[in-house]
Design a protein around this ligand. Structure first.
Ligand code: AMP
Length: 419
C-alpha cells in the first residue's frame, strides 16, 4: 500500500471548515492592521536559507529538505517564509515604492524534524513581516496581532514571553562573558550542548537536559548587558503591550535559534498542547535585509504554526462551527426522470444553492435516506401524480411540510428554499 511520507498529513473534508475558519480570522486580523498578503515560491535556492537562517541553526544544519534539481542546482523546500519574503522584497526593490511595507502570508513549510504530537515535516504557518521601520510599536504590533488571532479563536491558556537580544555588538560581548562562565563546566555538558558552545552558544539556554539546565541556571543573562538604546526600545514594546492589554512575561532565557534577530524576540506558548507548546515565535531582524544583499532596512515579524493552534483549539474546545447543511437534495421518483432531476440541480446550483442528487441509480427510499444522511434542508420530489399534473413537490426536512409548485416555476421554488 502506498503511504504518505512520515510527518505529513492528509487533511480530509471534515477538518477543512476549521482550517478555513482559522484562515478567515488570520486574514481579517492582518487586514485590520493593514498587512497585505504575499505569496512566494515553495522552493528557493538553498543558499538563501543557509545565508539568512544561518549554518549553525538546527533548521539549516539538520532539517532542510535539500536536493539537486535536474540541472544540478541545490534547491530547498522552504522551512519558513521570512527568507523568501525578504528575497522577494529585495529582488523587486519594493522599498523604492514605499518606505514601510507590511506583509502577511500563510502556507506549507517543510522541515525534517522527528515527528511527534504538534510536530510535522510538512506543516503550515501564517505570519507577518514589516520591513522598513525600527519603531518598537511594530514589534508590539506583531505580538498584539498574534494575541488577537488567538483570542478570536477563543484560546485561553496562553503565555506571551518576550525578551531582547540587543544589538550585535552587545551580543558578541555578552557571548564572551557567557563563554567564560561556561568554560569550567564545559566537560559536564551534553555533546549537543558542547557543539553549541562552539557554534551557537546562546542556544545552550534551549537545552532540555537537566544537567545542562542546572549549569545554565546561574549563567549571566543577555538582558543585563543591553545598551541604553536597546533598553529603551524594549521599554516601548512593553508599554505598547500594556496599553493593548496583552499580558506578557519577560523570559530572559528566550533566545530562539535564528541568527538574524536583533532586539525584541517573543514567543506565545499554550498550556494545552503538550511538549511542543510554542504556537508562534518571532522578533526583530534588523540585519537580515542587508545580509541578503539589500539595503540597511530593519524588519520585524513572526510565524505561527497552524496545526498546533488548531490542536490547542481542539483541546480547549475553544470554538464550535455550525455544520453547513446542503440546501437541496433532488429525488427522482421514477426511472426516466433522472435527466430532469439533473438539469434542475444544475439550474439551482447556478443560482447559488448547494444541491445534490443520486448518481447511483438508487431506489426512492435509498435516495431519501441519502437526503437525510447529507442533512439536506429541502428535498425536491421529481415525479409522481403531481408531476403528471404539471406540479412538483418540495419537502421541508426540518418540519416535514410539503408544498406544491408549478414544475417550471424555478423562481418560486428557489425563493422558498433560500428563505
Ligand atoms: P519557527 O519558524 O521555528 O520560529 O516556528 C514558528 C512556529 O511554527 C512554531 O511556534 C510552531 O508553532 C510552528 N512550527 C515550527 N516547526 C514546526 C513543525 N515541525 N511542525 C509543526 N509546527 C511547527
Amino acid at each position: 500500500m502506498m503511504k504518505a511520507i512520515t510527518g505529513t498529513r492528509d487533511i480530509f473534508p471534515d477538518e477543512i471548515p476549521k482550517w478555513n475558519y482559522l484562515q478567515s480570522i488570520v486574514e481579517s486580523v492582518f487586514t485590520n492592521y493593514n498587512y497585505k498578503e504575499i505569496r512566494t515560491p515553495i522552493f528557493e535556492l538553498t543558499t538563501l536559507f543557509a545565508r539568512s537562517i544561518g549554518e549553525a541553526t538546527d533548521i539549516v544544519g539538520k532539517e532542510m529538505y535539500t536536493f539537486l534539481d535536474r540541472s544540478g542546482e541545490s534547491i530547498t523546500l522552504r522551512p519558513e517564509m521570512t527568507a523568501g519574503v525578504v528575497r522577494a522584497f529585495i529582488e523587486h526593490s519594493i522599498d523604492k515604492k514605499q518606505n514601510l511595507n507590511k506583509f502577511f502570508y500563510s502556507g506549507p513549510m517543510f522541515r525534517q524534524e522527528r515527528p511527534q504530537a504538534g510536530r510535522f515535516r510538512q506543516f503550515h504557518q501564517f505570519g507577518a513581516e514589516a520591513l522598513g521601520s525600527n519603531d518598537p510599536l511594530l514589534d508590539a504590533e506583531m505580538i498584539i496581532m498574534a494575541y488577537d488571532i488567538f483570542s478570536l479563536l477563543g484560546l485561553k491558556n496562553l503565555l506571551v514571553k518576550i525578551n531582547s537580544l540587543g544589538i550585535p555588538s552587545t551580543r558578541e560581548n555578552y557571548k564572551n562573558t557567557l563563554r567564560k562562565y561556561i568554560k569550567p563546566h564545559l566537560e559536564k555538558l551534553t555533546s549537543e550542548s558542547k557543539k553549541r558552545f562552539h557554534t551557537n552558544i546562546l542556544r545552550l539556554f534551549d537545552s532540555k537536559e537537566k544537567n545542562d539546565q542546572k549549569i545554565m541556571e546561574n549563567a549571566p543573562l543577555l538582558i543585563e548587558y543591553l545598551d541604553e538604546e536597546s533598553l529603551q526600545h524594549f521599554e516601548k514594546v512593553k508599554q505598547a503591550l500594556l496599553s493593548a492589554r496583552v499580558p506578557f512575561e519577560i523570559d530572559a532565557r528566550l533566545v530562539r535559534g535564528l541568527d538574524y534577530y536583533t532586539d525584541t524576540t517573543f514567543e506565545v506558548v499554550s498550556g494545552s498542547v503538550g511538549s511542543q507548546s510554542a504556537l508562534c515565535g518571532g522578533g526583530r531582524y534588523n540585519l537580515l535585509v542587508k545580509e541578503l544583499g539589500g539595503g540597511e532596512i530593519p524588519g520585524v515579524g513572526f510565524a505561527a504554526g497552524m496545526e498546533r493552534i488548531l490542536l490547542a483549539c481542539e483541546n480547549e474546545n475553544s470554538f464550535t462551527l455550525e455544520e453547513k447543511k446542503l440546501d437541496l437534495f433532488i429525488v427522482a421518483l421514477e426511472k426516466g426522470l433522472e435527466k430532469v432531476a439533473y438539469q434542475s440541480a444544475v439550474n439551482f446550483r447556478r443560482k447559488g444553492l448547494a444541491v445534490d442528487l443520486d448518481y447511483q441509480n438508487r431506489s426512492v427510499k435509498a435516495q431519501m435516506r441519502e437526503a437525510n444522511r447529507v442533512n439536506a434542508r429541502f428535498v425536491l420530489l421529481v415525479g409522481g401524480d403531481e408531476f403528471t399534473k404539471g406540479e412538483i413537490v418540495l419537502k421541508n426536512m426540518s418540519n416535514g411540510e410539503q408544498q406544491s409548485f408549478a414544475k417550471d416555476d424555478f423562481e418560486k421554488i428557489f425563493s422558498t428554499i433560500k428563505g
